[in-house]
Design a protein around this ligand. Structure first.
Ligand code: CMC
Length: 464
């Protein structure tokens, strides 16, 4: 793709049909254009609906709403398809490496050999952290969750790199993108090392991305560290599988934060915060907690039953997906990678046996079949990462490292699109209307007692 074509602002595809909306109350009709993507469902263009009809649409969780146009990733959830810039995820995971995929997501095409080595160099040159930034770590509690540290340290990058916070300069945008991809493994590895009280190793730019990450996480200055190439390849695949996933919660968070003109480091910090939740990136850690809670194969039916009880908030972690109503294609690759890692390390993890049996039972159960709940990528990634030696609370940080390129690719796309405007959803107001204000002295006394222990969740002063 030419440089000029890359900079062209994206516009919705041609309108071929329209959609008629009729207000049964007033009898008024409105013609709404229908937009066609290159692939995927048609989209009703409701941009002028409020101006013309005075009506909002209601769609909590954006289950039927396209918030932007994008050229980056395509998902067909019913067919279990995931394409990055047109390439199936299975082929990318099998034949390329994470740097290849980063380039593809950022620039639109796979790199030529020269472009690849230039990109590799651009990333490896930026892997170190500013020494002042390294001092931030000592301000955290040793027990801090690595994601808590990552939100803080990534947000703080904007205080260090003033030469890449001018969002209107494409060169600065690219610098910020490269810096974030390069520094994320160092930031995450230091969060882990800090929790152990071990020294922070400098990155080794002779190593590839995944090998360098393994070395920063697991090496100690007193011993030689040799990277196991099978494990490095597995970690590289895990990063590829997590690189992008269209308009998911954290990517939408990055886009929404960026839509106000916030700098890229602040936007990615917002994305990390959103990823942390157990319904999103925190699910891989939650899967392991759940498997441990299940404990033995005999207990599985009881947990499968609990997951179906509408009065029980328990869900089978690692099952279901907002978009995939078929097998998550990433889960298939991850399942294979999981076995490769366990074979290489000679590990037999009883949790894997529980996971396999759980998968078998759930896939035979009418509740899961009817609701199209299949294992997602997180179902296997937790077990794989644990076998490699990652502590459970590092799983989501690894997801964040992999997803950084997706976040930044979407942010860059949004920043160079002529269509972008500040994100500002509307609401269906259900609160009080037109109340009369009463001065405090004239308000009725209430016997309601406020329990401070309840408000603070029973925490002591020290914990607040
Ligand atoms: N266990 C039991 N029931 C479930 C599960 C589950 N894991 N997931 C969905 N359901 C039920 C849900 O209770 C609902 O039932 P009903 O129709 O009777 O109300 C129905 O299936 C539809 O679920 P939903 O919550 O409306 O679906 P959603 O699209 O809003 O949620 C999800 C998607 C991923 C949040 C949800 O499936 C879930 O909580 N899964 C477990 C957490 C998990 O594994 N998350 C990782 C997602 S993949 C990683 C990523 O891409 O971030």
């Amino acid at each position: 793709m030419s440089e000029a074509a890359k900079k062209e602002p994206m516009a919705p595809r041609a309108v071929r049909h329209s959609f008629t909306l009729t207000d049964n109350e007033t009898g008024d009709s409105y013609e709404l254009p229908i937009l066609h993507g290159n692939i995927g469902p048609r989209v009703i263009d409701i941009r002028k609906l409020y101006a013309e009809a005075g009506i909002f649409t209601y769609d909590p969780g954006f289950t039927s709403t396209a918030a932007c146009t994008s050229d980056i990733t395509y998902i067909d959830g019913d067919a279990g398809v995931l394409l990055h810039r047109g390439y199936p995820i299975e082929e990318l995971a099998e034949n390329s490496d994470y740097m290849d995929v980063c380039y593809l997501l950022l620039h639109g095409d796979l790199p030529s050999p020269e472009e690849k080595s230039e990109f590799d160099e651009n990333i490896t040159q930026r892997t170190m952290l500013h020494e002042q930034l390294v001092r931030f770590y000592s301000g955290f509690k040793r027990s801090a969750h690595p994601m808590a540290i990552m939100v803080g340290v990534v947000g703080a990058l904007s205080a260090f790199y003033h030469d890449s916070t001018d969002i209107n300069d494409p060169m600065q945008r690219m610098n910020a993108a490269n810096r974030l991809i390069a520094k994320m493994p160092t930031i995450a590895a230091y969060a882990y090392k800090y929790s152990l009280g071990q020294p922070f190793p400098y990155p080794d730019n002779k190593l590839d991305y995944a090998s360098n990450l393994l070395r920063m996480l697991f090496s100690v200055p007193t011993e030689e560290y040799e990277v196991n190439p099978v494990i490095a390849r597995a970690l590289d695949k895990i990063l590829i599988l997590h690189a992008d996933h269209e308009q998911n919660a954290s990517t939408s968070t990055v886009r929404l934060a960026g839509s106000s003109g916030a700098n890229p480091f602040a936007c990615i910090a917002a994305g990390i915060a959103s990823l942390w939740g157990p319904s999103h990136g925190g699910a891989n850690e939650a899967v392991l907690n759940m498997l441990e809670e299940i404990g033995t194969k005999e207990n599985i039916p009881q947990f499968v039953k609990r997951a179906q009880d509408p009065n029980d908030s328990f869900r089978l972690m690692g099952f279901g997906h907002r978009v995939y109503k078929n097998y998550d294609p990433r889960a298939k690759v991850m399942q294979k990678t999981c076995h490769e890692v366990l074979n290489e390390l000679g590990t037999s993890d009883p949790l894997l046996d529980i996971a396999m049996e759980l998968e078998r039972l759930a896939l035979e159960d009418s509740y899961f079949i009817d609701k199209k709940l299949y294992p997602n990528v997180d179902f296997y990634s937790g077990i794989t990462l644990r076998a490699i030696g990652f502590p459970d609370n590092m799983f989501t940080s690894l997801f964040a490292i992999g997803r950084t390129v997706g976040w930044i690719a979407h942010w860059k796309e949004m920043m160079s699109s002529a269509e972008s405007k500040i994100g500002r959803p509307r609401q269906l107001y259900k609160g009080e209307v037109a109340r009369q204000f009463t001065a405090v002295a004239n308000r009725e006394h209430t016997s309601r007692k406020i329990s401070w222990a309840w408000l603070w969740g029973g925490q002591s002063n020290n914990e607040r």
